[in-house]
Design a protein around this ligand. Structure first.
Ligand code: BGP
Length: 477
C-alpha cells in the first residue's frame, strides 16, 4: 500500500503573505495591504488606505519578489513536485477596474512559473487569496456589488490565457467559507472586500456577497475549461470538522447544523446549485437575495474539478454553551468549547491529526471528487541558534502525524487524494495576526514582528526531514 506515484508533494504560500514588492512595483494596493500587524491578543486593524506611521507587514512580506530564484532553488532541493501560490490580483489589475492588464505584473509570474518549471515543479495557483484590489473594496463594496463578478472573471480570463501552457492546476477563491463568521470583520474583508457589520442584516449581506462570489467562481471555471480543457480547476475551503461535544442527541444535531455552514460554499461549487438546507434557511429568515435565473445557470455550468482545502484543526460544539465569536480566529462558532482529548497550539488551534482522516472521508463521501490538501501546518515560535541551525521537532511531529492519517485515508479508506502542500513552507507573515513570529516554514527567514531582520534564509531541521518524506513518497516519515 502506498500513495500514488504522481502524488503532488509540495508547499503552499499566498502572494500577499510573502511576495512583498508592494510599494516599489506597479502593483496596486490589495485589501491585505491595508491591514496592520497584530498578534494573538491584539487584532490586526484594517485602515482606510495606507496610514503614515503604522506598520503593514505584507508590504515587504519576506521579499520573495526579489528572492524568488533563491527560494525556488530551496524548494527544488526539498524535491517539491508542486508549489502552491497565488497571483496577486493587484499586480495584474492594480485597481481592479482597468481595461488593460499590467505587463510588469504579468511578466513577474511568467518569470516565477518558468523558474518553477525549470526544476519540474508544477505551479498550483489560487486566483484570489485575500488579495482583492483595495480600490474595488472601497469604491464598489467588493463582492457586495454585482459588478465585481465581471472584474474577477476578466482577471481570471487574463491569467488563464497568459499562463495556459505553464499552469495546469488552479483554484478560484481561497477559503471562500471563512466569511461564514460574518461577525469578525477580518473574514468578510479578506474574502470579499466587504464589511458585513455595516449592513442592517450582516448575515444576509454575507450570503448576498457569497452568492456573487460563487457566480464569479463558476464563471471562471467555465471560461478556464474553454481556454484549456486540460486545466483542473478547484475551489478552496477551510475545512474545520465540527464534533459534537457529547453523545447528547442535541449536540449531534447541533454539529450537523453547524456543518451545514461549513459545507455551504463547497456544496454549491461542487453540485452547481444551492442545497435545500440553505434555501429553507433563506425562506425561514426572510432573506431576499438577488439570485437570478442566469446566475443559477452559471452555477450549474461551473462546478469544480477537485476540492482544495486547508486543514489545521477541528472544532467541538456543545448545545448548552454560548460564546462571542466577533474576535474568533480559530474557526469557532457560538457553541464552541474546548475538546478535552486534544491539545492546542500557542495560538489556540486544536491539534488533531485523526481529524484530517475524518475530514477526508467526510468530503470524499459527500462529493466523490478528487481532494487536494493545499494547506496544513504548525504555526510555532522557532529559535534560530547561534550557529544558524533551528531545531523544530514539534513541527516534524505535527506534520508526521497528519501525513500518517492522510495515508490511512488513501490506503485504507480509498479516498482520491491529489497531493499535499504544507502551509508556509518558507516562513511568511501570518494571515490572522500579521506576525512573523508565528512560523510554519521548513526554511527560516530572518525577519521579526517589527520589520527588523536581514531576510536571510536558512534551513530548519524539518527541511531535511521533509526532503526525505518527499523522496520516499511518504514512506519514510
Ligand atoms: C489560512 C490561510 C492562509 C494562512 C493559514 C495560516 O486560513 O489560507 O493564508 O495564513 O490559514 O493562518 P495564520 O497565518 O493566521 O497562522
Amino acid at each position: 500500500m502506498s500513495l500514488p506515484k504522481d502524488f503532488l508533494w509540495g508547499g503552499a504560500l499566498a502572494a500577499h503573505q510573502f511576495e512583498g514588492g508592494v510599494l516599489d512595483t506597479t502593483k496596486g494596493l490589495s485589501v491585505a495591504d491595508v491591514m496592520t500587524g497584530g498578534n494573538v491578543s491584539t487584532p490586526r486593524v484594517i485602515t482606510d488606505g495606507v496610514k503614515e506611521g503604522l506598520y503593514y507587514p505584507n508590504h515587504i512580506g519576506i521579499d520573495f519578489y526579489h528572492h524568488y530564484k533563491e527560494d525556488i532553488k530551496l524548494f527544488a532541493e526539498m524535491g517539491f513536485k508542486c508549489f502552491r501560490t497565488s497571483i496577486a490580483w493587484t499586480r495584474i489589475f492594480p485597481l481592479g477596474d482597468e481595461e488593460q492588464p499590467d505587463e510588469e505584473g504579468l511578466q513577474f509570474y511568467d518569470d516565477v512559473f518558468d523558474e518553477l518549471l525549470k526544476y519540474g515543479i508544477e505551479p498550483v495557483i489560487t486566483l484570489s487569496h485575500f488579495e482583492m484590489p483595495y480600490h474595488l473594496a472601497k469604491e464598489y463594496g467588493g463582492f457586495m456589488n454585482r459588478k465585481t463578478i465581471d472584474f474577477f472573471v476578466k482577471f481570471a480570463e487574463v491569467c488563464f490565457k497568459r499562463y495556459k501552457d505553464k499552469v495546469k492546476y488552479w483554484m478560484t477563491f481561497n477559503e471562500i467559507n471563512n466569511q461564514m463568521n460574518y461577525k469578525n470583520d477580518i473574514f468578510g474583508w479578506t474574502n470579499s472586500g466587504a464589511h458585513f457589520g455595516n449592513y442592517d442584516n450582516p448575515e444576509e449581506a454575507m450570503y448576498q456577497c457569497g452568492h456573487y462570489e460563487l457566480v464569479a467562481s463558476a464563471k471562471a471555471v467555465k471560461i478556464g475549461h474553454e481556454i484549456n480543457p486540460n486545466f483542473l480547476i478547484g475551489n478552496m475551503i477551510a475545512m474545520v470538522p465540527i464534533y459534537p461535544f457529547s453523545c447528547r442527541p442535541a449536540d449531534m444535531v447541533l454539529s450537523t447544523e453547524m456543518m451545514h455552514q461549513r459545507w455551504f460554499f463547497c456544496d454549491v461549487q461542487c453540485r452547481g446549485h444551492y442545497p435545500r438546507y440553505a434555501l429553507k434557511m433563506f425562506e425561514n429568515k426572510g432573506f431576499n437575495l438577488d439570485i437570478t435565473e442566469e446566475d443559477k445557470k452559471a452555477l450549474a455550468a461551473g462546478t469544480v474539478d477537485y476540492i482544495g482545502f486547508s486543514y489545521y484543526m477541528t472544532n467541538t460544539v456543545d448545545s448548552t454553551a454560548h460564546k462571542d465569536v466577533s474576535k474568533s480566529l480559530d474557526g469557532s462558532s457560538e457553541h464552541s468549547v474546548a475538546n478535552p482529548f486534544i491539545k492546542v497550539s500557542d495560538w489556540g488551534w486544536a491539534i488533531d491529526p485523526e481529524g484530517l482522516r475524518y475530514a477526508l472521508n467526510q468530503m470524499y463521501e459527500r462529493y466523490e471528487k478528487p481532494l487536494f490538501i493545499v494547506e496544513n501546518g504548525f504555526g510555532a515560535i522557532d529559535k534560530k541558534e547561534e550557529d544558524g541551525s533551528c531545531h523544530d521537532p514539534y513541527r516534524v511531529d505535527y506534520l508526521r502525524a497528519h501525513i500518517e492519517q492522510m495515508k490511512k485515508a488513501v490506503e485504507i479508506d480509498g479516498v482520491d487524494l491529489m497531493g499535499y502542500t504544507p502551509w508556509g513552507c518558507i516562513d511568511c507573515v501570518s494571515f490572522t495576526t500579521g506576525e512573523m513570529k508565528k512560523r510554519y516554514g521548513f526554511i527560516y527567514v530572518d525577519r521579526n514582528n517589527d520589520g527588523s531582520g536581514t531576510l536571510e534564509r536558512s534551513k530548519k531541521d524539518s527541511f531535511d526531514w521533509y526532503k526525505k518524506v518527499v523522496a520516499s513518497n511518504g514512506e519514510d516519515l
